[in-house]
Design a protein around this ligand. Structure first.
Ligand code: RIB
Ligand code: CA
Length: 320
């Protein structure tokens, strides 16, 4: 058996691709899915996650709803226009209605229960705000050693997307991101938007996916609003499926090139709130600095092979 995996998500068009990637990977034991506010409210992200699993004929996978707002401060992000009003370009009705009910007790109980029951450490792949994961680490230190690694889609080494400084997932709950990424409690991999942008998929690639079978066709039906957003953001007929890049790394360790680097998260109320500060100076120089490193060490993805990434997506998603 390959990767034991739990995905924490805010679907979200790119989240839908990421969920389908995991759900349709025979070498992945998708133990569960937990949802969080983010692209849209948590009620919608939960409904969307269940629909994507129904599309992939994976309603064996339990889904539980999580945080409706950030840990500390009120939500400062409005639902993302890039994903449409329902989080899936207004096309969520393209997906089958789920039959399996939401798990009772919420995301915290499902995460803890799955980790307690696991006979091997589990990979967590948070691809939305980190609120649920921060709450888990804070409330269940006894489970830290049940977590193999946390592969986070989030952060920006260069400029952000939610603001000039901050990427959306981290900006949505900077305190949660600070706790997860700098707490030093579990091994973390950070997949920042600098790398996900290099793995954009073209409209042509999407058309090929649409022709591959019912799952590809349904995923393609979800993209209009998202593709329109990224046509503006990229200036090209393409889109960035950020979360699928992170889940690809989670299920194929080493797919991305990473460096172990000091990371800090800005949690002030200033213009850089939600920025991920990654210290890429050479260690010889870094050691000379007067200012102690404020963050923890994180395996930060610094490069990707886009063709290899897209080939994995095609192999797993474009199955009939
Ligand atoms: O910045 C990209 C992230 O924000 C992705 O997880 C996308 O789904 C949005 O939530
Ligand atoms: Ca997401």
């Amino acid at each position: 058996m390959g990767t034991r995996l739990i995905i924490d998500t805010d679907p979200g068009v790119d989240d839908a691709f990421a969920l389908a990637l995991a759900a349709r990977s025979a070498d992945v034991d998708l133990l569960g899915v937990t949802t969080v506010f983010g692209n849209v409210d948590v009620e919608l992200t939960t409904a969307n996650a269940r629909r994507v699993l129904a599309l992939c004929d994976r309603e064996d996978v339990p889904v539980a709803g999580g945080a409706a707002r950030p840990l500390v401060h009120p939500r400062r992000t409005r639902p993302s226009s890039a994903h449409g009003d329902d989080g899936l370009s207004g096309r969520s009705d393209v997906l089958p209605a789920p039959r399996r009910p939401v798990e009772p007790g919420g995301a915290g109980r499902l995460l803890a229960g799955l980790l307690e029951a696991a006979d091997e450490p589990v990979t967590l792949a948070p691809i939305g705000p980190l609120t649920n994961i921060a709450a888990l680490l804070a409330s269940r230190p006894d489970l830290h050693d049940r977590i193999a690694r946390v592969v986070v889609m989030g952060g920006a080494v260069g400029g952000g997307n939610a603001t000039a400084a901050a990427e959306f997932n981290v900006f949505s709950d900077p305190e949660a991101a600070h706790r997860v990424l700098t707490g030093g409690e579990v091994p973390c991999v950070l997949v920042p938007m600098d790398v996900t942008y290099r793995c954009a998929v073209t409209a042509e690639w999407l058309a090929g996916l649409a022709a591959s079978g019912p799952v590809g066709a349904a995923l393609h039906a979800l993209v209009p609003d998202y593709l329109a957003h990224y046509r503006k953001a990229l200036g090209a007929d393409a889109m960035v499926i950020h979360d699928a890049v992170a889940v690809a790394e989670a299920i194929a360790p080493g797919l991305l090139r990473t460096e172990s680097l000091p990371v800090a998260v800005e949690t002030s109320a200033g213009p850089a709130r939600g920025a991920t500060v990654v210290d890429r100076r050479r260690s010889e120089v870094r050691g000379e600095t007067e200012v102690p490193v404020l963050g923890g060490r994180v395996d930060v993805a610094v490069d990707a092979d886009p063709d290899r990434l897209r080939a994995l997506l095609t192999e797993r998603l474009a199955q009939p």
